[in-house]
Design a protein around this ligand. Structure first.
Ligand code: GDP
Length: 133
């Protein structure tokens, strides 16, 4: 069994999509093994998205992730990292396949409703970032 980190981002929390998005995971046979609702400080978002620090959108991205509460979850399933990326859809909701979370709920490339780890290394790092024990 593999674990991955998922975040329901502020735009989706604001629109009360928490349960709808969790249901997509459950329907797709993910087990939600940990969950925490948090409001990040900007410095936390900057640390979380450190891989993007040279990108032009870094500052906006960190302001956005720290703009309101988020729901952080550890999802477990066989091949969880790739399976989660598949049901999330492309980064830009306009380019995401029909039926994916980002196609269904995303508003724009920055307000794309969910985060999901993109590799085993990042999943491990991101899980320990939010869940210390
Ligand atoms: P992800 O793994 O699909 O979330 O995409 P990335 O790791 O490449 O980017 C992290 C987050 O930064 C994305 O989910 C977007 O919210 C945001 N992002 C990525 N590319 C762009 C961009 O070109 N412009 C803006 N404004 N935001 C972006």
């Amino acid at each position: 069994m593999e674990k991955t980190l998922s975040i329901i981002k502020p735009d989706a929390m604001e629109r009360n999509l928490e349960d709808k998005i969790k249901n997509v995971f459950i329907r797709n046979n993910f087990e939600i093994v940990r969950e925490r609702k948090v409001k990040l400080e900007k410095k936390d978002a900057e640390q979380f998205y450190k891989v993007h620090e040279t990108k032009p959108f870094y500052n906006d991205l960190c302001n956005y992730l720290s703009s309101g509460p988020v729901l952080v979850m550890v999802l477990q399933k066989e091949n969880a990292i790739a399976e989660n990326r598949k049901i999330m859809g492309a980064t830009n909701p306009e380019e995401a396949d029909p039926g994916t979370i980002r196609k269904e709920f995303g508003i724009s490339i920055d307000k794309n409703s969910v985060h999901g780890s993109d590799s085993k290394e990042n999943a491990d790092k991101e899980i320990s970032f939010f869940f210390k024990d």
